[in-house]
Design a binder for this molecule. Structure first.
Ligand code: GLY
Ligand code: MN
Ligand code: MN
Length: 458
């Protein structure tokens, strides 16, 4: 099992203890998750908070930090000979615990005797852990009350990535880069989407990595999270590939590229692609500590509307359109989110606690309301920048029928785009003291670069 240095975990826990001052903290690991019967399980994925503070990627663990007693305990079973018959010799739990700086390992049954009713815990997202908490405390499921001060302290730590985490994320992006290049090369007219997806998965597995989220690969890129891979790809269509891996230490990459099935962009595709690339590059260029990411999202919409106006799909004053939220019709999602151990980092802890703050409320406008990261950027944040432009016939038809934005949108011209699909381009970006750094080696993104990859150029 790959772990950071012992000091890394000790320092993370000390920082958490210092932030909270006193009390008991319970961090629950994840359990195996049965697919169709107990012994046939989904891939085990440890809870990210447990990984962050205790590193051990094994099912059935819990950890207790008692700040006042200066005690740290991991609860879990040691392997029995029966386990070893089935899964082979393993590093004992107490040896792993020692590697993450925890001297005491107790059987899970002891947990109930150690926790106080005031124990702090994070919002559980798995039913089995909700039931465990309900039994332990003991309170009914609807009385579970995760600690907001613990949640905020954990978010504050995990929002600021340390150099060893950034190195892992860079590794994830570089493997993801290969997955994307393989997908571009596997795409041509007459092939099926699943054939390109097979290349994505093969490339990933060759690096002993796993998916950080289910692959989104589709010629229907206008469907934001399209997990159907059964379409035959035809020359003239665009393929959108939003896929990423997590390393064996569970740090994620999340990259999107969009490319023409034929290997050559049409003039219409070039216009929209150029708009999205401009949104990506202009947004990225702005990134630095202190800048509110909501403003970057809004500015990306400004750029999009400028391009759409030049193309003749909207008309009117850009600032007026921006204020009215016209951009949301074409990009009904946020510009990006935090990324780290989770692809949408810490979404289990609460989207608003992660991406918003006091005095910064979430918008109700289509597009802006889906922005997961709105607050000021800080050194050590890693965020995605993922502008897009989509033509969703059902949405356009609905807005047209309801007369929404009729003073700005050239609905008649949009009909020619009903089979266009969508373009999204996504990078992962670290905020540094002086600005930003796009993680990983460059992944083909200009029109010339994408066409060169598809022609077998590099
Ligand atoms: N891969 C999902 C997203 O881009 O947020
Ligand atoms: Mn993505
Ligand atoms: Mn993303």
């Amino acid at each position: 099992m790959k772990l950071f240095s012992t000091e890394t975990y000790i320092n993370r826990r000390n920082a958490l203890k210092n932030a909270l001052g006193s009390g008991q903290i319970l961090i629950l690991g994840n359990n195996e998750s049965p697919m169709n019967y107990t012994d046939n399980t989904y891939r085990f994925r440890q809870d990210s908070n447990f990984l962050y503070f205790f590193g051990i990627s094994l099912p059935g663990l819990a950890a207790l930090i008692d700040i006042d007693k200066n005690e740290e305990i991991i609860f879990g079973h040691e392997y029995t000979i029966d386990d070893i018959i089935w899964i082979g010799r393993q590093e004992p739990l107490h040896v792993l615990a020692n590697k993450v700086g925890v001297a005491t390992v107790l059987e899970p049954e002891k947990l109930a005797t150690k926790i106080s009713p005031a124990v702090m815990y994070l919002p559980p997202y798995r039913h089995d852990n909700k039931i465990l908490l309900s039994n332990l405390l003991p309170i009914s499921l609807d009385q579970l009350a995760p600690s907001e001060s613990l949640t905020k302290a954990v978010i504050n730590l995990r929002m600021h990535k340390a150099p060893e985490e950034i190195a892992e994320m860079e590794k994830a992006v570089n493997i993801t880069r290969e997955m994307h290049l393989a997908a571009m090369r596997a795409t041509k007219g007459g092939k099926y989407e699943y054939e390109a997806v097979a290349k994505i998965l093969e490339t990933m597995h060759r690096h002993h990595a796993e998916l950080s989220y289910p692959v989104i690969f589709s010629v229907n890129g206008q469907t934001l999270h399209n997990h159907y891979h059964g379409n035959r790809m035809e020359a003239g269509q665009l393929a959108l590939n939003d896929s990423g891996c997590e390393t064996d230490m569970c740090y994620a990459g999340d990259i999107t590229r969009t490319f023409p099935v034929s290997g050559k962009f049409s003039e219409t595709q070039k216009e929209i692609y150029t708009a999205v690339l401009d949104m990506l590059e202009s947004s990225t260029a702005l990134l630095k500590p202190g800048l509110m990411y909501r403003d970057v999202h809004i500015n990306a919409n400004r750029i999009l509307l400028g391009h759409l106006k030049n193309i003749g799909l909207v008309h009117g004053d850009t600032e007026e359109m921006l204020a009215a939220g016209v951009g949301g019709l074409f990009m009904p999602h946020g510009l990006g989110h935090n990324i780290g151990l989770d692809v949408h980092d810490m979404e289990d802890l609460g989207e608003n606690l992660v991406g918003y703050r006091e005095g910064l409320a979430r918008s109700t406008q289509l597009g802006l309301r889906s922005l997961r990261m709105a607050r000021e950027l800080e050194t050590g944040n890693v965020i995605t920048v993922e502008p897009g432009c989509y033509f969703i016939p059902e949405l356009i038809e609905k807005y047209k029928a309801e007369g929404i934005f009729k003073e700005y949108v050239n609905y008649a011209q949009l009909e020619a785009y009903y089979d266009f699909g969508g373009v999204r381009i996504e990078d992962n970006v670290l905020i540094t003291d002086t600005g930003h750094r796009v993680l990983g080696e460059r992944i083909a993104k200009t029109i010339a670069e994408v066409e060169a990859v598809m022609a077998g150029g590099f």
